[in-house]
Design a protein around this ligand. Sequence first.
Ligand SMILES: [Zn+2]
Length: 486
Amino acid sequence: MRVIKLVLFLVLVLAAVLAYNTAQLQRKKTAPSAAALAPVDEAAAAQRLAGAVQIPTISYSDRSAIDLTRLEALADYLQIQFPRLHATLQREVVNEHSLLYTWPGRDLAAPPLLFLAHLDVVPIEPGSEGLWTHAPFSGDIADGYVWGRGTIDDKASVLAWQEALEILVASGFQPQRTLYFAFGHDEEIGGEQGAAKIAALLKERGVKAEFALDEGGVITNGVFPGISRPVASIMAAEKGYASFRLTARASGGHSSMPPRTTAVGAVARAVARLQEQPMPARLAPPTTDMLDRLAPEMPLLLKVAVANRWLFAPLLIHELGKAPVSDALLRTTTAPTMLRAGIKDNVLPSEASAVVNFRLLPGDTLAAVEHHIRDVVADPQIEIAHEGEAGNEASPVSDTRSAAFALLERSVNEVFPNAVVSSGIVIGTTDLRNYNGVFERRYNFVPTPLTPEDLPRIHGSNERIAIADYANIVRFYVRLLQNLNS
Ligand SMILES: [Zn+2]
């Protein structure tokens, strides 16, 4: 009897906790204000995007292979297609091929805003041309889509900004605060000649934007398991990047009399150790912000686990760690990517090496990663050195409770009333990493709706954007700038 009472009591307590948590998590769903969205001539806008796609501004790691005249052609094209904005905003060509537009605000004392996009695209993987339904630089308009390289990454954003500015200038809009639009020309190969030069120029001028916005977050449909609504991910940080080379040296010789461990064996063991012992996982902002914002949409059990992280963090980490895409949100990832050794099957190599790529979670420094490698490899025979550039620290983590985030959220709600606004971390890299010191906060978001089926199109084959979706990016940019004035 006593036991039954105790069980009943516990059930009641649990039910109360569940009810409380559920109530806590029910966000007030404010109806989107009936803001008038900008009228966009969708067919004409699609044509202008298609025209930009037809100019193949391809970046190659080997910079000597880049045809810079195409960047000039794209810059000329923008001037011709968007005459009003070019008559109103100040336009500067930075380091010959990047573009910086300034629209001075009425209130010069107020902090400015900085919006980024990039002019270059990635090459078409040789041999994959035949996989494209429409030729990669055709800019074909068919079946309600604009097709071609850059329609998602990132010419849609460059052109949508130009469309939005053209609409606003035509409507007599004047910004309250100064707006900068920075279009780098080599994002796909690191942004050293584009974004980094624009950032240096802005720094020199003492520009400190209240926030900067770049690509990196999208609106996903059906990507988060168990969540049926579209998710607009306004990213609040970006992971860092570093590669290390592990090298073992040995005296060569004939493979008939090998030592116990050859150079190949030593490197293989070091790589295996690093894979078996990744850097520790943890739940931290902005991933925790992402979970909090998505929780109301999750099945009940997950909802309770997220709301009671103090208790369930280990379980959440265990669950999220199962898939590479969510594991990447929890830790600095370890990815062995290159191996080099040997010239012949019966010759002991005098040197063997491996390259391991790390993507740093905010809070893990480059020095900490190097320390981790030495600790885990624990082999004096292995030399450890940076491969290529010294790498990038992870970005600062921006506040998702800020007025800036609220402004972005409101603009999303107005144009995409069905979407849940969430946050998160960019696991790749963007031009924004070159702008540290030029902004107070940084966010990554272009409202391109993508399904799981669309994700491989980015940097892959059959990149395309729906004409209606493209028009909504334009509407979003218009609303964002209008909301900045209110
Ligand atoms: Zn991009």
